[in-house]
Design a protein around this ligand. Structure first.
Ligand code: SF4
Ligand code: SF4
Length: 102
């Protein structure tokens, strides 16, 4: 097994641009961030766990993260939290695995 296996939880690599748009819309439609104590009103995009959405421009302070209670977190077997400030799932996995790599 390679160091970076199991990184692409959303299967982005095999998607067409249209499929990518549809998957992003699905993720943001299910996203619970707007009900989270950390969330700050005014962010244009949520679904921060999804690649390419990016971190929040408005959230500066981490409080509780409710991602682990989100259907998307469970459906895609995500493993991180605080995507709004720390970057997407794939980004955090890459950082962790790069730090752990021999
Ligand atoms: S896991 Fe977190 S960032 Fe991703 S859709 Fe759910 S609440 Fe939003
Ligand atoms: S990523 Fe986590 S901490 Fe950030 S707003 Fe969404 S649920 Fe809250």
């Amino acid at each position: 097994m390679g160091v970076f296996d199991n990184v692409d939880k959303f299967d982005i690599d095999s998607m067409t641009p249209e499929e990518h748009r549809e998957r992003q819309a699905y993720v943001t439609s299910k996203c619970k961030c707007k009900g989270c104590p950390t969330y700050v009103e005014g962010d244009a995009d949520i679904g921060y766990c999804f690649p390419l959405i990016g971190t929040s421009a408005n959230i500066k302070w981490e409080k509780e993260c409710i991602c682990e209670s989100c259907d998307i977190w469970k459906e895609y077997a995500l493993g991180h939290t605080h995507y709004c400030t720390r970057c997407s799932e794939v980004c955090q996995v890459m950082k962790t695995q790069t730090n752990d790599a021999p």
